[in-house]
Design a protein around this ligand. Sequence first.
Ligand code: SF4
Ligand code: SF4
Ligand code: SF4
Length: 254
Amino acid sequence: MARKALLISPELCIGCRGCQTACKGWNQLPAEKTKNTGSFENPADLTPIVFNKIRYVEVPSEKDPVRWLFVSQRCMHCDDAGCMKICPAPGALYKTKEGAVAFNKEKCIGCKLCVAGCPFNVPRYDAKDKISKCNLCEDRIAAGLEPACSKTCPTGAIKYGERDSLIGGSKKAGFAKVYGDTDLGGLGSIYAFKDSPKLYGMEENPQIPESIVFWHKVLKPLAYWGVGGAVAASLLHYVVIGPHKDDEEVKKDG
Ligand code: SF4
Ligand code: SF4
Ligand code: SF4
């Protein structure tokens, strides 16, 4: 099957946050209390119950007091996914046939290593320490529907479709390079930026941390040679994050 993707065109986004609300509605995610941080951006970050949010960026403008840029922040559904590389629990993270990176909470062991493996700071953990993030509306797609966010967007700033056609269409429309076209094997959330991606707070040249690559090559096979997932996860935790410290030690260090 041809790989599918979300094409995000920040230039078309009006910051209405319909996509945030539709995502919450479809995925039955409750509201949460937020604080005024001096910006219209709300909430300020992804959380276990916010899979997709609009980042508001204010940049200086010659014409107006300020220029507002809006961009959707969410899981990038990487082809070469750092979260999947590091995950020691088989089946906790998996690829759908459309190319989305989805998850199974029942198989997640709560080690949080995928947080270290993700170059985009996406995975969050719920109250039961289970991974929580955008799954590209896996259930809607399986039912022949498009994701809730793209379905709702009134301006076409989020489009869902065949990845190659979306990239081809953007190039025809004058975008020399689509963000995510080739990064990490090709992202499943791709962006047609008119300005520099950096201006929108996007990582240029995102990379999976070296320690994760090491784990993938050297340590992960241990899990399949009979060293249990929990033991492999502890080893890995040591390599990637460092030795475990109890609360007293953390307080002293702090
Ligand atoms: S953005 Fe992060 S969580 Fe999403 S697929 Fe890529 S590595 Fe995994
Ligand atoms: S694809 Fe679905 S889960 Fe992901 S951000 Fe869009 S609405 Fe939310
Ligand atoms: S629904 Fe579309 S226009 Fe509205 S904030 Fe989301 S991406 Fe932007």
